[in-house]
Design a protein around this ligand. Structure first.
Ligand code: MN
Length: 243
């Protein structure tokens, strides 16, 4: 049986929105994705996390800095309070059940915030000497390099120590959540991926592999590794505490 993967989506007024590349990348990796509806009912969140074999946190708009104890800075973009609440509760409910989580861009940030980490609300006004992290090239074009942390899950998956990614973010992780480690960094020191060594598969990437999965082998490997982890979780063959 295929792994059932819950996928988060954006909220624009009454409309739930998601780039199709997210679900397509999961379908191509052999999973059965379903889009998680908006709810404020914690028992519904718990039941969703009980039933799914994994969680994909997708890209989107900014996170309300109140979640990491800050006032909004001038460069903060649009926040979606319902989405912040939902995704933070999904992350915590999935982690309690050892369900694999793969988190993309905003997803990587919300994963970190849900676990107690902090953020740059607006990199470009809070840091200097930066690379272009909000690229103007097409979404499928790989623009800046990331250096992979030796011994990380990300290194196991990709099999390389450095590779190129696309980049569409003005927020970034400042302090990784307790128990998390940096899995990749750009040459300017911006955190590009985090993971939790205490869990079997909890990985967040700051770039958008869903936009490059058709052309880039490393992007496909990431989705494949996530889906494999979800299948293992489903079969109960994961041991906790894997490093
Ligand atoms: Mn970047």
């Amino acid at each position: 049986m295929k792994a059932l993967i819950g996928v988060t989506a954006g909220l624009e007024g009454e409309k739930i929105s998601l780039h199709g590349n997210n679900t397509e990348s999961l379908l191509r990796a052999g999973a059965l994705p379903f889009i998680i509806p908006y709810t404020t009912d914690e028992t519904v969140v718990e039941e969703i996390c009980e039933r799914v074999d994994g969680l994909l946190l997708t890209g989107g708009e900014d996170i309300d800095p109140a979640w990491f104890g800050e006032e909004p800075c001038p460069g903060l973009g649009t926040v979606t309070p319902q989405r912040d609440w939902l995704e933070i509760h999904l992350v915590r409910a999935c982690l309690r059940r050892e369900k694999p989580i793969f988190a993309i861009c905003r997803g990587c940030q919300i994963l970190n915030v849900a676990c107690g980490g902090t953020m740059y609300q607006d990199l470009f006004s809070q840091r200097s000497d930066l690379l272009q992290h909000m690229q103007r090239s097409p979404r499928s074009h790989l623009t800046h390099a990331v250096k992979v942390t030796e011994g990380s899950l990300l290194q196991q998956i990709t099999g390389v120590s450095e590779f190129k990614v696309n980049s569409f973010h003005h927020q970034a992780i400042k302090r990784p959540a307790p128990g998390f480690r940096i899995a990749a960094m750009a040459r300017d020191g911006v955190v590009e991926a985090v993971e939790s060594p205490r869990h079997s598969f909890v990985l967040g990437v700051q770039w958008h592999p869903e936009n490059t999965a058709q052309t880039d082998a490393i992007s496909r490997r990431l989705f494949r590794a996530f889906v494999d982890a979800c299948i293992k979780q489903k079969k109960g063959t994961f041991q906790n505490g894997k490093s």
